[in-house]
Design a protein around this ligand. Structure first.
Ligand SMILES: NC(=O)c1ccc[n+]([C@@H]2O[C@H](COP(=O)([O-])OP(=O)(O)OC[C@H]3O[C@@H](n4cnc5c(N)ncnc54)[C@H](O)[C@@H]3O)[C@@H](O)[C@H]2O)c1
Length: 444
């Protein structure tokens, strides 16, 4: 049996007895429950079956060791897919520490398996409080990473705000999500960013698929697991028609829901209209909707004035990065303490004249109430992360302290490998076509 960390001594290397009676040593960690290791391994292997591109990269990394001698501090959702990314980085020679990028998204079996089976340092406990979250984030910073790998920019922010003396040690970073990229661009505008960061989110093979199809499907999955509601005929409101919002809207509508979109950008609003959805103001949508999902990356999209006019039984969910899209403080104020958990991941707010239901505490519903994106889509996102780590390891000296995109050829390679893994091959242009597309003198 392995030893669980104790609250008094939570982050030490612990040892366990292997089945052959030998004492094994674990890397530094803080995870919830080592009795979940076997389940974690099974689920990580299950996800791996859907991640052929990452597997190919891992096999190449094992031979070429592009990350040898580098410490990587990763702050990502601790899921089965992330575990396969961590294995890939380790295979490439990196010394990896993984911490949670959200208190509710950690899968405890995965965290335990990473430590006990794969020898990867991990600090993550599902439901951890804010203090533990930041203690874990600091544990990643304590390893003095050469490369940061963020989902939401928390590790980069911590280093810049609280550990400026460490900034010179960081060669570069990578960032997974839209909200993180927005924070990084704000740092560049302030002249604050101290090392280059590759915005993996900006790769076509990331946001076109992960944000749209991954979040689209898994958000609906989270809503259904939490509520078991019938979607057919239901009036659903999606706030934000970016890559995430359009994925959610299309999946909800595919299940027979009636969808209204709330947007602030007129171009995106007209896209929503022509995709067949209704477009409304937040005020009108608040009165119309039965299920609300936010995916804007913005603040207080639905707030007190909207909660006041919503119908009895309205469900509130968020799939944007931070739990700031629903004005939770207002919801609490209106309920005057009459809040109770009525199902796992569903809190009832009794406002007297009506009840409103909050899913997954207003945090990412697809990770809080379901398993996050399916592995097949994370295969491409995390292939991008692995290749971005290799890219910055090789090229950090020539990159300025700005937000960079993954080179187009790497993006295209990921897409090509993904197609080939499905047994699908595409056309190449003929020499005549190449010449034609490169010429300017052949017209009508
Ligand atoms: N749940 C997940 O697993 C997951 C996955 C990927 C991205 N994300 C997060 O989802 C959020 C959206 O990402 P994206 O890639 O779709 O971004 P995006 O920039 O493509 O889209 C955001 C959209 O929200 C709109 N918007 C902004 N403020 C608004 C407001 N007050 N009301 C209505 N609309 C508003 C913008 O005009 C834009 O069209 C980000 O926080 C991102 O980090 C979550």
């Amino acid at each position: 049996m392995t030893e669980s960390p104790t609250p008094d001594n939570p982050m030490q290397t612990t040892s366990g007895d292997a089945s052959n009676g030998q004492t094994v040593s674990y890397p530094p960690h803080d995870v919830a429950d080592f009795s979940l290791v076997d389940e974690g391994v099974r689920r990580i292997e299950w996800a791996e079956r859907e991640m052929p591109v990452l597997r190919l990269i891992r096999e190449r990394f094992e031979k070429e060791q592009p990350l040898a001698g580098l410490r990587i501090g990763a702050c990502l959702h601790v899921t089965t897919e992330t575990a396969n990314l961590m294995r890939t980085l380790k295979a490439g020679g990196a010394d990896v520490t993984l911490v949670a990028s959200n208190p509710l998204s950690t899968k405890d079996d995965v965290a335990a398996a990473l430590v006990a089976e794969y020898g990867i340092s991990c600090y993550a406990i599902r439901g951890e409080d804010n203090e533990t979250y930041y203690r874990h984030l600091n544990a990643a910073a304590d390893t003095h990473p050469h490369i940061t790998m963020d989902d939401g920019c928390d590790l980069v922010t911590l280093l810049h705000k609280e550990r400026p003396e460490q900034l010179a040690e960081v060669l570069a970073g990578t960032e997974e999500t839209t909200t993180g990229v927005i924070r990084l661009k704000a740092m560049v505008n302030d002249g604050a960013l101290a090392f280059p960061v590759v915005a993996v989110n900006e790769a076509q093979t990331k946001h076109l698929f992960d944000n749209r199809y991954g979040t689209g499907q898994s958000t609906v999955d989270g809503i259904l697991r939490a509520t078991n509601l019938l979607l057919a005929g239901r009036r659903c409101v999606v706030a934000g028609y970016g890559w995430v919002g359009r994925g959610i809207a299309s999946r909800l509508s595919g299940m027979g829901a009636r969808v209204a979109v709330v947007e602030v950008d007129p171009v995106r609003a007209i896209e929503a209209l022509m995709d067949g959805h209704q477009v409304m103001t937040a005020g009108d949508a608040a009165q119309w909707g039965e299920i609300f999902v936010t995916a804007t990356g913005n603040l207080n999209v639905f707030r007190e004035e909207h909660f006041r006019v919503m119908q009895d039984g309205a469900m509130l969910a968020n799939s944007g990065h931070f739990d700031a899209e629903l004005e939770l403080a207002a919801l609490e104020r209106l309920a005057e303490g009459h809040i109770r958990e009525v199902r796992e991941s569903v809190q009832e707010y009794d406002l007297g004249e009506k009840k409103l239901y909050l899913l997954a505490e207003g945090r990412l519903v697809n990770l809080g109430a379901a398993e996050g994106h399916p592995a097949a889509v994370m295969d491409m996102s995390f292939a991008g992360q692995a290749l971005a780590a290799e890219f910055v390891a090789r090229n950090h000296e020539s990159l300025d302290n700005a937000v960079h995109v993954l080179p187009e050829d790497l993006d295209a390679d990921i897409a090509r490998l993904k197609l080939e893994a499905r047994g699908i091959f595409i056309e190449g242009m003929t020499p005549e076509q190449i010449e034609y597309t490169n010429s300017w003198d052949q017209g009508t």
